[in-house]
Design a protein around this ligand. Structure first.
Ligand SMILES: *Cc1c(COP(=O)(O)O)cnc(C)c1O
Length: 369
């Protein structure tokens, strides 16, 4: 059966027999493998003898941002560009694993609450896997995303409300046996797909992790997943104990994790009247709140909120100065980095990783000035 959540209603995390992986897989064996996320097959839940349904989940490049790096006095500044993945966002990583696992378990219908990208990615993989897809999106989700889901064969329901209101409809349908929920952290496999960002960036930097990672945090799957990936890499003996400081970046108009971080709380209360131009991080309540907060605290990082105006400024700057037009959530990570530097959290010369999570071209773009 496809697993959902624990008896306590909390996320389930996949564990591996890392001692066996360590014995079977030397780090150097990766070199000759195809440059897709499936190169980390021993660290993924899909059994080795199951051929995955794939849309071409290629490794994503680290884009140097030299002008902004110089301005900020950093030793290195990269954006890991997730816009090149199938369906144009890193949601493809998670959904590739979730849908392949569902297919293996014989699931016939899946549903997801989505601000756009998760639904588009799930729908695309579902087509290839022969699974019916149902997407529930807030009514104000960008038109490009709604059309993309429909074009990928999903039934799309626009909901008056936020993504957690969509989540209630998905949960209700799951209870009635209409579908399996693919909501963030309500099944364990999207996290495993997203964690490959951590495996990839470690390998791309020759196993020397950056000093700081800035991650635009909605449900937090990517941040939690990378933190988990680093622990596994250390257990394999592929990296040492050093870790990046993890910075969870949210929008001022929707910052439940930042509020909980500042209050020293273990869990985050729902953020009411959420609003931001960065739809991907407009998530008022996250099931994995405590896992995000734990990773951020353990790492010595922070949760920071940025204004939409600063997101737009960063959006323009990365395009005009370094020729790299981001998505608004990616721009939020640059705005967050600027704030962290202003607050003395990032030292000069540091090696910093931003995340551009989706292609810019699904969004209404801002004016150049
Ligand atoms: C989903 C999404 C996010 C947030 O990712 P999480 O791992 O769920 O926190 C950020 N940006 C974009 C573009 C997204 O689609």
């Amino acid at each position: 059966m496809l697993a959902s959540v624990s008896a306590a209603g909390k996320p389930l995390l996949v564990r591996y027999d890392l001692a066996r992986v360590r014995a079977a897989l030397p780090r150097s064996a990766l070199a000759t493998r195809p440059r897709t996320l499936w190169r980390y097959r021993e660290l993924l839940p899909l059994p080795l003898d199951v051929e995955p349904v794939s849309l071409g989940e290629d490794m994503t490049p680290l884009i140097d941002l030299p002008a902004i790096r110089a301005e900020l006095g950093l030793g290195a500044l990269w954006a890991k560009d997730q816009g090149r993945l199938p369906t144009g966002s890193f949601k493809a990583r998670g959904q590739a694993l979730a849908v392949n696992m569902a297919r293996m378990f014989g699931v016939r219908a899946m549903a997801v609450p989505t601000n756009g990208n998760a639904g588009a990615a799930m729908a695309a993989y579902c087509v290839r896997a022969g699974i019916q897809a149902h997407c529930f999106a807030p009514a104000d989700t960008p038109d490009a995303n709604l059309r993309e889901m429909a074009l990928s064969g999903a039934s799309v329901t626009r909901v008056e409300g936020m993504i957690d209101d969509c989540g209630k409809l998905v949960a209700a349908g799951e209870k009635e046996g209409r579908w399996v929920s693919c909501a963030t952290l309500r099944e364990p496999y999207r996290l495993e797909g997203k964690k490959t960002m951590g495996l990839e960036l470690a390998e791309q930097l020759d196993w020397m992790l950056p000093d700081a990672i800035f991650y635009p945090t909605g449900g937090g799957t990517g941040l939690i997943g990378m933190w988990k990936a680093f622990a596994d890499l250390e257990a394999l003996g592929w990296i040492g104990p050093a870790r990046p400081r993890m910075y969870a970046i949210q929008a001022s108009g929707c910052q439940p994790i930042v509020r909980a971080f500042d209050e020293g709380a273990m869990f985050a209360r729902r953020w009411d009247n959420a609003h931001t131009i960065a739809h991907g991080i407009r998530v008022p309540a996250a099931l994995g709140d405590f896992l995000i907060l734990q990773a951020v605290r353990e790492s010595g990082g922070a949760a920071l909120a940025v204004d939409d105006a600063d997101i737009v400024q960063a959006w323009r700057d990365s395009g005009r100065r370094d020729g790299f037009v981001m998505c608004p959530e990616g721009a939020a990570t640059l705005a967050g980095l600027r704030q962290a530097i202003a607050r003395g959290m990032v030292r000069p010369g540091a090696r910093v990783m931003l995340f551009n999570c989706a292609t810019a071209y699904k969004y209404p773009l801002p004016d150049a000035d």
